[in-house]
Ligand binder design. Structure first.
Ligand code: GDP
Ligand code: IMO
Ligand code: MG
Length: 419
């Protein structure tokens, strides 16, 4: 058996939570493979709305087992708050959420370092989510991180050493802080983690595959935020691409099956960094307002712009996408004209391949489409779509060389068309 992967093709917030929830009935296990509480994955069904941060999005469809893989960075305090809120609403996960012992811990001092590094960068700041993601992954790569498995054995000593090291850096940055409350909450989170099944998730997942059980891997962030292939340095600190499912869960590359690549019918980005198709006009505001484009973690207004096919095709290539999933077309219901970037103009030259840098000097070359000018929110079959929307979708398929298999026309689980 092979695993299927769901991941974002743009700058995050494409709708991964909704899609994982919709696809979960077809799988036995759902597993997150990277990122941490920088993610905010929204799910809506039965007039209820949930935003998940560290917990996989497969928890609301029956009592499926969900896994937090080794590639994830976990903040025990935020995890406890998230799991307790879910338990309160009737979703007790202690028996069906397994956590990799190899997942790295985000310490309270990682959060402080995140803030200190951002402050030191001034107007060059990344605009991180402030959750300590970069510093936690830095420690992992520097071979000084603490892992979930460490909480089971001589943890106090290991924690004290890491904390002392972090405090030295904070001092050198002249960063003032208070730690006591956050540390108390965090230690309570560490104790709380022990209620869950802590596993070697690579053995667990590969055992499932051997037993012909199906697994869906859930990515966080998006390809344009990938540490290697995103708009560096304005990226997150993990591999958000398909290969991240291999390293973040211990899955061999030849065990990857379908790769579901998710994109919005337009583009958004939250935080700093280049965004060639960004709109600074009323159309951008309309996309933001109608799409409710505010960060699910930080509440920050998301920057909005037209679909960028140069970037999308690059993402399709890097991830080996086998099916595309288009979200939020309904947000453009009222538009007379819809634009799509099909190339960039750089120094007067037309470029079709995603370049090394996409900052100043990159001008999108647009193709215009006639808008469908009608409400598509209640449509539930592809055939009923207006021709203008079908044209839009079929153009994207043709350009990317991959079929658009699912189209989402609203936040609810039901507002989903499978072709
Ligand atoms: P994720 O991080 O990729 O899971 O995406 P987010 O949850 O951060 O952001 C996606 C937002 O769009 C959420 O508020 C969803 O409820 C909402 N959403 C998802 N699909 C659709 C859709 O097809 N139409 C509309 N209007 N909203 C959608
Ligand atoms: P989901 O999974 C959108 C962005 C931040 C910042 C950069 C680095 O919900 O799609 P970090 O805190 O990771 O060090 O921030 O990445 N970012 C996201 N943007 N959606 C996300 O997650 C994001 N996670 C991080 O805004 O620009
Ligand atoms: Mg999100």
């Amino acid at each position: 058996m092979k695993v299927d992967v769901v991941l974002g093709l743009q700058w995050g917030d494409e709708g991964k939570g909704k899609v994982v929830d919709v696809l979960t009935p077809g799988y036995e296990v759902v597993a997150r493979f990277q990122g941490g509480p920088n993610a905010g994955h929204t799910l809506e069904f039965n007039h209820e709305k949930y935003v998940l941060r560290s917990i996989p999005s497969g928890i609301f469809q029956g009592d499926k087992v969900n896994v937090i893989g080794n590639g994830v960075v976990l903040d025990p305090a935020l995890f406890k708050a998230e799991a307790e809120a879910l338990a309160k609403s009737g979703h007790d996960l202690t028996k069906r959420l397994y956590i990799s012992k190899k997942a790295h811990l985000i310490l309270p001092t990682h959060r402080l370092l995140d803030a200190a590094y951002e402050a030191a960068k001034g107007d060059k700041k990344v605009g991180t989510t402030g959750k300590g993601i970069g510093p936690a992954y830095t420690d992992k790569i520097s071979r000084t991180g603490l892992r979930v498995g460490d909480i089971l054995n001589d943890f106090e000593t290991k924690y004290a050493q890491a904390k002392a090291r972090h405090e030295q850096i904070l001092k050198s940055l002249d960063f003032s802080y208070s730690l006591a409350d956050a540390e108390k909450e965090w230690m309570e989170g560490v104790e709380y983690l022990k209620r869950f099944t802590l596993i070697d998730s690579e053995n667990f997942i590969n055992g499932l595959l051997k037993a012909q059980k199906s697994v869906l891997c859930e990515g966080a962030q998006g390809t344009m935020l990938d540490i290697d292939f995103g708009s560096y340095p304005f990226v997150t600190s993990s591999n958000t691409v398909c290969a991240g499912a291999c390293t973040g869960l211990g899955i061999a590359p030849n065990k990857i099956g379908n790769v579901f690549g998710i994109f919005k019918a337009y583009c958004t980005r939250v935080g700093s960094g280049p965004f060639p198709t960004e709109l600074f006009d009323a159309t951008g505001d309309t996309l933001c307002d109608l799409g409710h484009e505010f960060g699910s973690v930080t509440g920050r207004r998301r920057r909005c712009g037209w679909l960028d096919l140069v970037a999308l095709k690059y993402s399709v290539m890097i991830n080996g996408v086998t099916s595309l999933i288009m979200m939020k077309a309904d947000v453009m219901n009222t538009f007379d004209t819809i634009k799509v970037a099909v190339a960039y103009k750089i120094n007067g030259e037309t470029v079709h391949e995603f370049p090394y840098e996409i900052g100043a000097g990159v001008e999108p070359v647009y193709k215009e489409f006639k808008g469908w000018k009608c409400d598509i929110n209640n449509i539930r079959s592809y055939e009923e779509f207006p021709d203008e929307l079908k044209n839009y979708i079929e153009f994207i398929e043709q350009e990317c060389g991959v079929p658009v298999k699912i189209i989402s026309v609203g936040p609810d689980r039901e507002a989903t068309i499978v072709r």
